[in-house]
Design a protein around this ligand. Structure first.
Ligand SMILES: [Zn+2]
Ligand SMILES: [Zn+2]
Ligand SMILES: [Zn+2]
Length: 148
């Protein structure tokens, strides 16, 4: 039920941004929404096959993920090369640069907002070092509350 509501909002968000949440893209997003852990494109393809009894090449999954990322519905965890549904799809507030707390024990991921001032200070320190940042996304590894 909750997932259904998020998917409806996702459809609306895509429409507003001029995109289209096709049934296949919707299915990929639904798979991610139902997993507490981030998934690789291959794992998504496996789930897809189990649900629809239909094989899907990983390349197609990557293309659908690219679309979902461009719409701000999915985030890529670069350090793990895995994907996770945005936890703010139904939120009305603006989306900050996503930051992630990754548990190294149970592999759960929490998307957290980090103070923009902190991010800006970090960006400044990086540019002071003559480094050009491609993405200010932070992926912090540790232990979640349950695993401590
Ligand atoms: Zn997000
Ligand atoms: Zn939110
Ligand atoms: Zn944990």
């Amino acid at each position: 039920m909750k997932t259904e509501k998020i998917l409806q909002q996702a459809e609306k968000t895509c429409m507003e941004q001029g995109g289209r949440l096709t049934p296949k893209r919707r299915q990929v997003l639904e798979i991610l929404l139902q997993q507490p852990q981030p998934l690789s494109a291959y794992e998504i393809a496996d789930h897809y096959q189990q649900i629809l009894s239909e094989t899907i090449p990983a390349m197609s999954v990557y293309r659908m993920l690219d679309f979902l990322i461009s719409q701000g519905l999915v985030h890529k965890l670069a350090s793990a090369n895995k994907f996770i549904a945005c936890s703010h799809i139904t939120c009305t507030h603006g989306h900050q640069t996503p930051q992630f707390l990754i548990c190294d024990n149970c592999h759960s991921v929490r998307e957290v907002g980090i103070d923009n001032r902190l991010i800006n200070a970090l960006k400044k320190s990086i540019s002071d070092n003559k480094f050009q940042l491609n993405s200010p996304q932070l992926e912090l590894h540790g232990l979640c509350e349950d695993c401590q």
